[in-house]
Write a protein that binds this ligand. Sequence first.
Ligand code: C2E
Ligand code: MG
Ligand code: MG
Length: 686
Amino acid sequence: MISLLDTGLTENWNGIWVVLSLSVAVLSSYLSFILVGKKGQTRRGQPRVYRIAAGLLLGTGTWLVHVMSLYSYHRRISLHYDPLIAASAFVIVSLSAYIMFRLFVKQQPVTSRLAGAVYGFGVTVMSALGVLSLRPGIVVGVNPIIGFFSIAIIFISAYFALYVLGNFRQSAGFALSQPVAALILGAGIFTAQHIVLGALRVDGMRSLAAVLGYTGLPASYFVTGASVLVTLILAVTWTFMVFERRMLKQIAFLDPLTGLRNRYALAEESDRRMLEDRLGSMVLINLDRFKIINDTLGRDLGDQLLAHAAHRIRTQIQEREALFRMDGDEFLLVGLEKDPELLLHRVNGMLHEIGRPYMIEGNELYVTASAGISLYPAHGQDRSSLLKAADAALYQAKSSGKDKTVFFNAGIGGQLTRKMELEKDLRLALEHGQFFIVYQPKWDARLGREVGFEALLRWRHPEKGVVSPGEFIPIAEETGLIVPMTRWMLGEVCRQSKRWQDEGKFRVCISVNMSYRVFESMTLFQMVDEALRSSGLPGSMLELEITESIAMKNMAITLSQLQQVRDLNVRVSMDDFGTGHSSLGRLDEIPVDTLKIDQSFVKNSDLQSKQALIVGIIGIARLLDLEVVAEGVETEEQAEFLLSRGCILMQGYYYGRPMLPEDVEAGTWRINAPSIGTGTAARHAD
Ligand code: C2E
Ligand code: MG
Ligand code: MG
């Protein structure tokens, strides 16, 4: 019994075959790692087909290396294989490779350690079967030490290859991890398969007989067959990859609801080129108050409305124009048109189309839309700055009353920049102590004295000076910063109020404005409770001002939170009454103590229509047994009128502007706070 390598029939070291089999080992490892590393782009993760292909690829490669390594030493004799045993060897090694990848992608430490061992085992069985399938059966024994050594190599190389592949997956070295792992595994397969030949013990006579030729499939069949198989697997996988990418691209860039391209498509290579080609103007169209439709009629109906509206815009677009659905109810039209007049005419036409009634599931729906337009190159040289400009113009259209078209201009740009700067600085304002509070008296015009104060927030910006709440409160609401700001405000106001009470200066209730965000955050009770406790102020000396829109936004959570604070004896007033979404129908359910007549009514109280509204509100308050306060009282005439209709509580510049605590204490403002009908008014009029 001699070593196979010593039969004299081998050509020790046939260079070309060695290089070839090493390349096959490394390449099949590399390609299979690429397939396994390919992230699934669908929601369900990596498609199984990649793992199957990877398993087959590595299995075929390993089997091929096995055959080639024998072949490289044995070219002089015609080696034959038993096809059945050879095939099962191939199946086993492919299966083990597949299982290895399956375990590996699970990314659990235990399974990935096991993964390499499964493949090592598969290769061992394949090698044993491969040798058994040799015809004639020349192998009569195995050198256990060399055999073990060869098996160990495959186990170790598989382990390290997977280690490299797994551990550098997330790191910057990811690009290198696949080729390095492939080199490790490829070298392992190659070395193990060549060493194993040295372990085989053959019968010299029988191997001589092999020269004469025996039945079975010649090894060259396997080499050719396996090569064809590898090519086939690669071709099928590649086709699948291309197909998948195309399909996913379509899905990713198409909005299923409207059939329009979505905003991701805007950044897409081909769309980008197309857009740059057609840049003349950008029109952003946004439906007005769409959220209300969605909230009240349900998302299904909202979706249908959107689809219809999109269709209507679509019918208006011309050749060489592109329409995208950006976000929710926002559409972008990109076209060559640069003439402002023509554009305005066309866009208004679109808004008109959108505004026609919709019949959806038996509901007749109406919706308006606003549009913002930017022109190339005046408002931006590229896609992104044009889009920003159109967005700013749209914002302007919305904030100036909706249902209109606005062209971008430098003023709008300035406003937007200021808003962005304020937003950035607002984040630090609380920390840096830039807020302060002013107090505006509420005056009882009959008794001629203050009956309360409204606390109003101010922001002293280090560069921009004092910013009004009308400007920063909406930003604070958008960003959610209003919640910590309100907490701070409540704490400060309660402390101030308690101090005034203790010093015997003012024993009146002070009100603080609330934002819907505070209700959303569900922290109102905790905030109020904390402020009252830490200051020692009785709850009855604090009032919260809510608006109709807060009350109506989410009635259930608002009411329960209001009830909780009322249990602390805290009062509640309805600010700007008559201007919000009408809460009239459910006013009796909202726990309030006071209605505040909005200043827009008071300002125009010389108009009969506004007078009628004021009288109506006073009547409602009386019926529901609520207090009524008129806001924004600036003149004696306004005060006289209000008083004559039974409204005696007033707030406005006529009685006192919002002031710093020290100015409130100084009391000089009282001179300008006349009590009508007691002679003070007459003094003031002088
Ligand atoms: P509001 O609650 O309706 O407050 C009344 C606003 O009218 C105040 O403006 C006040 O200065 C102003 N005002 C009072 N009397 C007159 C008058 O005779 N004529 C005119 N033209 N205006 C008068 P301000 O302080 O600029 O506040 C504006 C709005 O900002 C407030 O309206 C309120 O909604 C909000 N706000 C102010 N402080 C806070 C706050 O701490 N938290 C929250 N959430 N909102 C606040
Ligand atoms: Mg208020
Ligand atoms: Mg108000």
